[in-house]
Design a protein around this ligand. Structure first.
Ligand code: BDR
Ligand code: CA
Length: 313
């Protein structure tokens, strides 16, 4: 089992990433940390508690982290994820609590005490991870790798070239990329291969569990915003792709490439400049995901949702 800390901003796709990371037998989920991104920190943290409550995920500490990017104002994605950040299904009052410790301190404590390097999976803006690596630079050696959802080797989704997680806190992304920790980018170019088509929703409903129904409702809402905003026939399930890469690297094929974060572009702030063909001659500094094994990915996601302990209707 790979020890993992999931740093997220739930978010519809983050919700499924939490369930996948908690339930898949290949991952030992040590903590869930939250960051402002898709919604305010207050809402993303409440949403992490909601997801853990309905999925019966207990015993995994949840800690709230940074409420805003390092130097920029927060830009939320309520157009994509709704006013709650997790619009769609009705959630019961959450019973899973957060711990009384800042996310960065919890990450540091786990990294120093775990005994073997831990994998970080950030699926929101990189503010918490950048703060960790700035405050505790020695923790870089305690991180096996950072496998994140963010960026794109193609075009963006908040500006023509920038993807939301990197755009919201590009300075944080640059700090993380410059930290020397091995890093893998699962960007839009690969997450757009994880489309939640009707057959996937049918499989969720076919589980005949309350959690399967909630996940189907989440995906139906997510699909409605992707249809309205981007004209997609089915929504892309971004964040679980990064979790899948940790579960089994053969699910998400990567290449080595040089990546730079655009911090000064007049029109391209927050873009990940992925030099797939080594035009600039820089040595690779990251792995960049290119191809998803769709069938095995969906089997793994559905299996995780079936696996968590929630009573059948
Ligand atoms: C990323 O932004 C958020 O809307 C999603 O949760 C995902 O992490 C996609 O650009
Ligand atoms: Ca996210």
């Amino acid at each position: 089992m790979t020890p993992v800390i999931l740093d997220c901003d739930p978010g519809h796709d983050d919700a499924i990433a939490i369930i996948l990371a908690a339930a898949d037998p290949a991952i030992d989920l040590l903590a869930i940390t939250t960051v402002a991104g898709n919604q305010t920190l207050e809402k993303t943290t409440l949403n992490a508690r909601r997801v853990c409550t309905v999925a019966g995920i207990e015993g995994v500490p949840i800690a709230a982290g940074c409420a805003r990017p390092l130097i920029r104002p927060l830009r939320i994605a309520d157009d994509v994820h709704g006013a709650s950040g997790l619009d769609g299904p009705a959630f019961p009052e959450p019973t899973v609590e957060v711990v009384d410790e800042h996310a960065v301190e919890l990450m540091h404590r786990i990294l120093t005490g775990h005994g073997e390097p831990v994998t970080l999976v950030p699926t929101g803006p990189l503010t918490n991870v950048a703060l960790l690596l700035t405050r505790y630079p020695e923790d870089a050696a305690r991180i096996r790798e950072i496998v994140l959802m963010g960026g794109s080797a193609e075009r963006g989704n908040v500006t023509p070239y920038a993807e939301a997680n990197i755009y919201v806190d590009p300075e944080a992304a640059a700090i993380v990329l410059g930290s020397g920790v091995p890093i893998t980018f699962c960007g839009l170019n690969v997450t757009h291969q994880a489309l939640v088509t009707e057959d996937v929703v049918a499989r969720l409903l076919g589980l005949d569990t309350e959690l399967g129904r909630i996940c189907a409702d989440l995906m139906t809402f997510f699909g409605s915003t992707y249809r309205r905003l981007w004209g997609f026939a089915a929504p892309p399930l971004h964040d679980p792709v990064a979790v899948a890469r940790v579960i089994d690297p053969t699910l998400v094929a990567c290449v080595d490439a040089h990546v730079a974060i655009e911090l000064h572009g007049a029109h391209t702030l927050g873009a990940t400049v992925v030099d797939l063909h080594s035009y600039l001659g820089h040595p690779p500094n990251a792995k960049v995901a290119l191809t998803l094994d769709r069938d095995r990915f969906w089997d793994r996601v559905i299996d995780a949702i079936a696996r968590v302990n929630f009573p059948a209707r």
